[in-house]
Design a protein around this ligand. Structure first.
Ligand code: ADE
Length: 197
């Protein structure tokens, strides 16, 4: 797909880091029981995660690097946030939680906590992929159509989507709206605005 092409053509670079590689005991433990008792299960330990973040960030964190922790309950990710990220940062580190949460002291090592919606995934990976895809397609050259970016994402507004149709003009008794066949650009624009969500 377009994301793998963007990686091949070096428009973006994607790396993964496994916190387990930074666990120091023989069992490579990355989770443990929470202090105060166990409501839901094991939570992720802080040391391997912080070491993994440091590995991702490098020796000196530049102000164009952002560290994002993924969590179900926090600020909602949006097109607007993706537009901001794509303009401001050249390196985004997504920290994916697992199990039933992470040691809260991790908040001292991240810039922002973001959720992709009000539902609980098994871990942050799918959420990170969604944010990666949304943010990457805003980088010029990634979707190969700069014009559709002008239309859409470079404005800080959410993309207003209007109904679209392609051939045939009639399918199973359902017709393409007459105005779209008219060739009248003014009227078409007006119709699209009126029918945008
Ligand atoms: N981790 C688990 N659920 C999540 C969600 N909805 N968004 C971001 N990270 C998550």
């Amino acid at each position: 797909g377009l994301l793998s092409k963007a990686i091949r053509t070096k428009k973006i670079e994607v790396n993964t880091i496994n916190p387990r590689d930074f666990a120091t005991d023989t069992h490579k433990t990355v989770d443990d029981v929470p202090y105060g008792g166990n409501k839901a299960g094991l939570i992720m330990k802080i040391e391997p995660l912080v070491k993994a973040i440091k590995k991702a960030v490098g020796n000196k964190k530049s102000n164009t690097t952002k560290v994002v922790l993924l969590s179900p309950a926090d600020k909602k990710f949006s097109q607007k946030i993706a537009v901001e990220w794509s303009k401001k940062y050249d390196h985004i580190v997504f920290v994916c939680g697992r199990y039933e949460g992470v040691d809260s002291r991790l908040l001292n090592y991240v810039d922002e906590v973001v959720s992709i919606g009000e539902f609980v995934l098994m871990g942050g990976e799918v959420a990170a992929l969604a944010m990666l895809e949304v943010t990457s397609r805003l980088i010029p050259g990634v979707i190969g159509n700069e014009e559709s970016l002008d239309d859409e994402s470079y404005s800080d507004e959410m993309y207003l989507e209007y109904p679209q149709y392609t051939r045939p003009e009639e399918y199973d008794g359902f017709n393409v709206p007459e105005v779209l066949l008219s060739g009248h650009h003014g009227k078409i624009e007006e119709w699209r605005k009126k029918n945008s969500k």
